[in-house]
Design a protein around this ligand. Sequence first.
Ligand SMILES: [Zn+2]
Length: 261
Amino acid sequence: MPFMKSKKHLSFSSLRNAFSSHLRQLPDDRQEGKVNYSIHDAMMCAFACMFFQDPSLLQFQKQLEDEQNLNNLKTLFDVHNIPENTQLRDIVDTIPSQEFRSIFKELFFRLQRGKHLEQYQFLPGLYLCPIDGTQYHISGEIYCESCLITNHTNGNTTYAHKVLQAAIMHPEMKQVIPLMPEEICNTDGTEKQDCETNAAKRLIPKIRKDHPQLGLIIVGDDLFSRQPLINTILNEGMHYILVVKETSHIAMFNERLGVIP
Ligand SMILES: [Zn+2]
């Protein structure tokens, strides 16, 4: 069946193998002899937790008390030794997120090669690429040096981690194709808090670097409709559809409405 053959590189086991072999190539700086669990197995467990959509890592671990679930995990995700909750977190924490850039690229190229990307074309040769920020950690107590810090008027402080996510979308397609997200976090030596706009200025050139030939229309909310970011988008040979609010683009709205200030 030629149809099945063309989709083979997108089957679960094929994608799992691609992810697996990528994880096996990750550098492991841990001291030999002190290592009980491989980076591969820890990362695969974390991935499986997301794949099965368990509400928490703890819940995921609990499911594994059941022999059948445990065997499923071992067979489906090629995991041999399963670390406990804390050990799993400790291992996952040591992997810089940038290490996953190439896996996003690899999966994207598989869609491209299999002609699956074409159906996402919005205009001839152009794909819609919305960008938006999302928060994945917030706490009043747990924090690290990269946390985004918010001092609230009531005197409370919250610590958060966010990412700016880009994805190829089409209004008639149910699935979206996520690209490698950009972390929004503070780095050493910067006094100013990182923000979505700065993350977008880093993300756009990275998307272009990963996909030099791809025709893209960046889509975003009012936050992004500012000259410096638009210049970044244009410099990378991309197009844009951005929301403009009346309150943030007063001169532009006045001009359109023919109001002389
Ligand atoms: Zn943090």
